[in-house]
Every structure is written in C-alpha cells, then in structure tokens.
Design a protein around this ligand. Structure first.
Ligand SMILES: [Zn+2]
Ligand SMILES: [Zn+2]
Length: 174
C-alpha cells in the first residue's frame, strides 16, 4: 500500500517534530479498516487532516520524500507550517464557537462592529460640535439682540401714531 499523501493527525504529530532517523509512515493496509496501519495497531482513532492543515500535511510528506532522510531546510519549513496550522486549530477550538470557520466569522463581525462604533462616535462628535455652535449662536443673539435687531425709527413712529390714534377718540369722548 502506498503512503497517504496527507498523513493522519497521529502520524503528522510524529512527522512535525521529526529531526532524523526512522520516519513514521502513514499508510493504509488491506485490513479493510479506514484507519492507517499505525492507528489501527494502536487501536486509536485515525483523524484525517482537513482544511489548511491537509495542504500543509501533504506538503510536509512531499518535503520528507524529497529530502530522502535529510532534515533539510525545506523539511523544517514544512514542519513549522504544520505546527502553525495545528496551533491555529487549537486556538480556534479553545473559543466558544468550537469551529475555525465560526471563529473567523466572529472576528469579522467584531471588526465590522468596531468600525460601526467608530463611525457612530464620529457622527456623535460632529453633532455635538453642531449643537455647541447652535447654542453659541443663540447665546450671541440673546446678548446682542439690540445690535442685531435695533428698533427702527419707523416702527417707533408707528408706535407713536398708534398711541395718538388711541388717545384721539378717548379725548373726543371726554
Ligand atoms: Zn497515520
Ligand atoms: Zn492514523
């Protein structure tokens, strides 16, 4: 049986910290089990890597095959990539969402909410400045009402005329 292109999580755990010597080989056998030979013999669950980890597991298996027993820079880089992917999955699993996709959605939602809050604060601040200016204008108008709207001579004359008109008939009646 050929070795798997993407080693299972158990074999991957061994391969990611490999520095030399005998390499673990993740392969299926003819037992009819869906487990790899190692997991089947250990009577443990055989977990197939998915998502970004699957691609990195495949890359590590290829790098190890190419290196042909050497702990090359390519192998080290592939091992680091696998470690990061596993750590990323652990971090995501530690979140209440339990799923990496949910964690990503959560992060995206939080980013959007932060942006919205920032925008709302800006609008608030602009409104406050506007309100302050309006209040200032009102106060200015109150203080300087006489300067802004001086009583016109004509209106004063009208008042006089009215006073005379009111006094006139009263005077006739007396
Ligand atoms: Zn395996
Ligand atoms: Zn396995």
């Amino acid at each position: 049986m050929p070795s798997r292109t993407a080693p299972c999580r158990r074999c991957l755990a061994s391969l990611q910290s490999w520095k030399g010597g005998q390499l673990v080989i993740c392969q299926d056998d003819d037992s009819g089990s869906t487990k790899c030979t190692r997991c089947r013999r250990l009577n443990k669950t055989c977990v197939v890597p998915i998502g970004p980890l699957k691609a990195r597991a495949t890359a590590l298996a290829q790098a190890l095959a190419t290196a042909n027993g050497g702990h090359t820079d390519a192998v080290k880089a592939a091992q680091t990539a696998v470690k990061k992917a596993i750590q990323g999955q652990k971090n995501a699993a530690a979140l209440p969402a339990h799923k990496a996709s949910d964690a990503e959605k959560l992060a995206a939602t939080e980013r959007e909410e932060r942006q919205l809050i920032a925008q709302e604060r800006l609008v608030d601040a602009v409104e406050k400045v506007g309100n302050t200016l309006a209040a200032l204008l009102e106060a200015y108008e109150g203080v300087h009402a006489n300067i802004l709207n001086p009583p016109s001579p004509s209106s004063l004359g009208e008042l006089d005329d009215e006073a005379v008109a009111e006094a006139g008939p009263a005077g006739e009646n007396v």
